[in-house]
Ligand binder design. Structure first.
Ligand code: NAD
Length: 353
């Protein structure tokens, strides 16, 4: 294999996204050098491009974007035993930097010093070659494509959210938001045994997609709808029952509140959507009905499960992909994502494959 350069999608600052050639990095002893094949664009990549920051994470120096990736091992560091050049892998972007109490208890996503691809100041994978900790690269079976491997990242958010919510056989689930994250929650809820899944969104097109992907019922949220009305609507659709678990994937205050009203007494509301840092919660309703709110921050321990679910065809993420672009057209791909016309936009980083 000949090496040509390392075309990379680099965010310099707010609204300053550039395609440039970067040096091919050298893997450390515990790292691998990857030839990236496919990388999805996440809402957070677009947010960094448009705003230069997400909360306290501020782009202060040029950063390569992208954290939904899969590729081929090109070279391995001296201490890497379990991977070899040519292996196809999916890349978990979050790597704990220290074995703190969160790491020891298996919840390494909560480690405050965690490395995370494409979160400032850490570089991401929208490039042709990148190094990564070998322990966070997972071998893909031949039956799982690179694109599916890349989609393990958003799928992981849903596996974690559904685990946090306790979705199980027969659960009635209400998903707020039919964007990529709402839709992966739909797929995972179904595969965990949910019997009925209601999903809501403002976009009729996205609800149509949700229906095609297996939602039992959809609700078109109207701009003037109150959160109480949203809760009532779900109950009406479920024939008087209320969801055991609601999974909020919009970040909109109306949906956080609607999620509280919709969830049955003793049920769980999982918050995935990141909207305003503070929102009003109908505390009294939540408290007297013992609805638990559980936060979600990315994921942990999900890649092996996700690979098994994809390999066994129990979950099909392929319908999420609506657009594909070569890496050279990354700027166009970002503009397309920003317009919200598709669901998941995938970049092909390896022109030889
Ligand atoms: P997205 O913007 O593509 O989708 C959000 C959907 O919510 C859209 O379809 C939109 O129409 C819908 N929506 C917005 N306001 C609404 C309202 N008032 N009523 C009904 N629907 C409404 O985003 P996404 O990529 O699907 O991600 C969803 C959210 O999850 C984002 O806030 C993202 O930041 C967050 N997220 C959180 C984590 C985490 O670790 N907690 C991880 C990934 C994404």
């Amino acid at each position: 294999m000949e090496q040509h350069g390392n075309l990379s999608v680099v965010l310099y600052a707010k609204n300053d996204l550039r395609l440039e050639n970067r040096p091919i990095p050298e893997p450390g002893p515990k790292e691998v050098l990857l030839k990236i094949d496919s990388c999805g664009i996440c809402g957070s990549d677009v947010h960094y491009w448009q705003n230069g920051r997400i909360g306290d994470f501020v782009v202060k120096k040029p950063m390569i974007l992208g954290h939904e990736a899969a590729g081929t091992i090109f070279r391995v560091g001296s201490g890497v035993q379990h991977l070899k050049p040519g292996d196809r892998v999916a890349i978990e972007p979050g790597i704990p930097r220290e074995i703190d109490e969160h790491c020891r208890t298996g919840r390494y996503n909560l480690s405050p010093t965690i490395f995370f691809s494409a979160t400032p100041p850490d570089d991401g994978n929208l490039c042709q070659y990148n190094t990564h900790d070998a322990s966070y690269c997972y071998k893909l079976p031949e039956s799982v494509s690179f694109e599916e491997g890349a989609l393990i990242e958003p799928l992981s958010v849903a596996i974690h959210a559904c685990r946090r919510g306790g979705v199980t056989i027969g659960s009635k689930v209400f998903i707020l938001g039919a964007g990529p994250i709402g839709l992966v929650n739909l797929l995972v809820s179904k595969s965990m045994g949910a019997s009925q899944i209601v999903i809501c969104d403002l976009s009729l097109k996205r609800l149509e997609k949700a229906k095609q992907m297996g939602a039992s019922f959809t609700i078109a949220v109207e701009q003037n709808m109150t959160p109480q009305e949203l809760g009532q609507k779900v109950k009406q659709i479920l024939g008087g029952a209320m969801p055991d678990i609601s999974i909020e994937c919009t970040g909109a205050e109306l949906c956080v509140q609607g999620g509280v009203y919709a969830t049955k007494s003793g049920g769980v509301l999982v918050l995935v959507g990141l909207g305003q840092p503070s929102v009003n919660i109908p505390l009294f309703d939540l408290l007297v009905r013992e609805v638990d709110i559980r936060g979600v921050f990315r994921y942990c321990n999900t890649w092996p499960v996700a690979i098994d679910m994809l390999a066994s065809k129990r979950i099909d993420v392929k319908p999420l992909i609506t657009h594909r672009f070569p890496l050279e057209e990354a700027l166009k791909a970002f503009e397309t994502t920003q317009k919200g016309v598709g669901i998941k936009i995938m970049l092909k980083c390896d022109p030889d494959n």
